[in-house]
Design a protein around this ligand. Structure first.
Ligand SMILES: Cc1cc2nc3c(=O)[nH]c(=O)nc-3n(C[C@H](O)[C@H](O)[C@H](O)COP(=O)(O)OP(=O)(O)OC[C@H]3O[C@@H](n4cnc5c(N)ncnc54)[C@H](O)[C@@H]3O)c2cc1C
Length: 523
């Protein structure tokens, strides 16, 4: 038996040193829920769950940021309902030194936010990932481990959609708790604004419903507040009509790099005028090795054909390649493979900037472009393994803030009076593990360099559609949790009042800091 265990250990990678408290929790879970618990196959208990080891291996490997895939939890637990999650929470409370992690789709960019080395991994995709249409016909109960592509396959059967991820493989729980920017946000707000009810396992193990009437403080905190308030075991999401009888329009257009100034200016105009809330766009600018960088814009319209001028002129810029067509929403969500890619390593860093008039916007984004060109593409002064660097300039029109407020508001502090912003998501992808520390650090330097340039040259420029608010604060905040680096002050960026309210809610529900035993941002 020992020989087999050793062989398994070698096949599985380095022998992990599990945390003793975590082992105790795993023992409880294995004896209570043998079919839902799998020990690390390379650990000393591995043989007990040898026949289910592929569940462990799959969940441990399937992370967008491959740095997480090096972590080996003492065991993986695949709960099938809230009561099982509650039992796990109660055990974790009895073993205060046991680390744990919560995994939905595994797409968070930061190492250790949904993975644990030696702790207990609670993975939701396997047994808590279903989508069920409710008897009312236009709300859906969605498990925390669902991926958006699977959700849309259910909702579009009745020509409906829920406000969710733009790529199909992203997980529902992390995405929604971090806010969730969608093609539908100008119409209906962020994904979190469209959660009618969260079924939540509180840090003490109690299962509650959080909605506008029951635990409304918790309901608000979960709308963009992340993983610090409880473990969500079910999201009840509002359904909306999908396109023209389920048909929508969209796709990617690639442009020659020489068109970028035109794109920057048209983007400013689109964001400020936003003629049609059914239109959405994600402009991305990629730099990879010695390849020429081409802007690539993801277009979306919630109908079979965009209305005239829906993109305020952006759509008239001549493209090199154009894949836009009338299609289904699931089809669009599977663009770029739906982001079902494993085996890469990734980091992100977000900057918020004001959407400014075309000339200033073009100045800012040209700085972005040249900084990426010089730092990401050409930097040979450091031993970095940069495969792809990207920045995506995501419009945050006042329409989004208005739609959020109409649905009860959220924690981010988006106020339509503050004007239009853009969330610039900066990404790096690398392969060589030698860059696991240096690449995220380097991306941070790139993001900070661009922010410094804004501060020197454009600080004080009011966002378009600005009416009130501290210009210097509202122009650069809130930072979008879903695109943020682990070192960024996400909660500070929500504004002092919202941060204080979140802190008070966390203290009320979690006096012992249970939720802070896992990765995530801190107050
Ligand atoms: C290719 C790509 C495309 C993306 N596109 C978008 C986009 O269009 N819009 C957008 O807003 N964001 C987008 N993101 C960002 C994405 O929303 C975040 O990375 C998000 O954290 C991913 O959620 P997940 O569930 O897949 O992640 P996971 O890594 O599984 O989890 C993320 C966080 O959620 C917590 N968590 C997991 N399950 C639970 C639970 N049941 N209860 C409480 N906390 C839980 C974890 O503790 C962890 O901190 C994209 C990311 C990638 C890599």
């Amino acid at each position: 038996m020992k020989t087999i265990a050793l062989l398994l250990a070698l096949a599985g990678g380095a022998l992990a040193a599990p945390n003793a408290d975590a082992v105790s929790v795993c023992q409880f879970l294995h004896s209570s829920y043998p079919q839902y618990t799998v020990w690390d196959p390379s650990g000393s208990n591995g043989l007990e769950t040898f026949w289910n080891q592929s569940y462990y291996s799959t969940t441990v490997q399937h992370y967008w940021n491959g740095v997480n895939a090096k972590n080996r939890p003492a065991c993986a637990f695949f709960p099938a309902n809230a009561q099982q999650v509650s039992a796990a929470v109660q055990q974790l409370n009895q073993h205060a030194n046991a680390p744990y992690a919560l995994k939905s789709g595994g797409h968070n960019f930061n190492a250790g936010f949904s993975s644990t080395n030696g702790g207990v991994l609670i993975s939701f995709n396997e047994n808590l990932g279903s989508t069920v249409q409710n008897p009312d016909g236009n709300t859906f109960d969605v498990g925390p481990g669902a991926r958006w592509g699977d959700v849309y396959e259910v909702t579009e059967k009745s020509n409906q959609v829920v406000v969710g991820g733009r790529l199909g493989n992203i997980g529902v729980a992390g995405y929604t708790l971090g806010g969730g920017l969608s093609y539908y946000s100008a119409q209906y707000g962020l994904a979190c604004d469209n959660v009618l009810n969260f079924e939540v396992v509180l840090p003490n193990g109690t299962v509650v419903d959080a909605n506008s009437k029951s635990h409304p403080d918790l309901w608000w905190a979960l709308r963009g507040g992340g993983n610090r308030f409880g473990i969500v075991t079910k999201f009840t999401l509002q359904g909306h009509p999908l396109g023209d009888n389920g048909r929508v329009w969209g796709g990617i257009k690639f442009y020659d790099a020489s068109k970028r100034q035109q794109i920057f200016e048209a983007l400013s105009k689109f964001t400020s005028e936003y003629p049609d809330a059914k239109a959405a766009v994600i402009p991305t600018f990629d730099f990879s090795g010695s390849l020429v960088a081409n802007p690539a814009l993801f277009y979306f319209y919630d109908g079979a054909k965009p209305s005239a001028n829906a993109f305020a002129g952006l759509e008239n810029i001549e493209a090199l390649m154009d894949s836009t067509n009338t299609t289904s929403y699931s089809d669009l969500a599977s663009q770029a493979g739906g982001a079902k890619i494993y085996g890469i390593n990734a980091a992100a860093h977000v900057n918020t900037f004001p959407n400014m008039p075309p000339q200033q916007m073009s100045q800012l984004l040209e700085t972005h472009w040249t900084t990426y060109q010089s730092m990401v593409k050409n930097d040979s002064s450091r031993n970095l393994d940069i495969q792809i660097g990207t920045f995506a300039t995501q419009p945050v029109s006042v329409r989004i803030a208005r739609a959020s407020q109409e649905r009860g508001g959220n924690t981010l502090g988006l106020d339509p009076a503050n004007g239009d912003r853009i969330w610039v998501e900066n990404d790096l992808i690398w392969i060589n593990p030698a860059c696991d520390n240096d690449c995220p650090q380097y991306l941070r330097e790139v993001g900070d360099t661009i922010k410094t340039s804004f501060d020197s040259n454009l600080k004080g420029t009011k966002p378009t559609n600005y009416q009130s608010g501290d210009v210097n604060f509202v122009s650069l905040n809130p930072l979008f949790m879903n695109d943020a680096g682990y070192y960024q002050d996400v909660y500070d960026s929500y504004g002092a009042a919202n941060k204080a309210r979140l802190e008070n809610i966390a203290k009320a529900y979690d006096p012992n800091g249970f939720m802070f035993r896992q990765g995530g941002w801190n107050f």
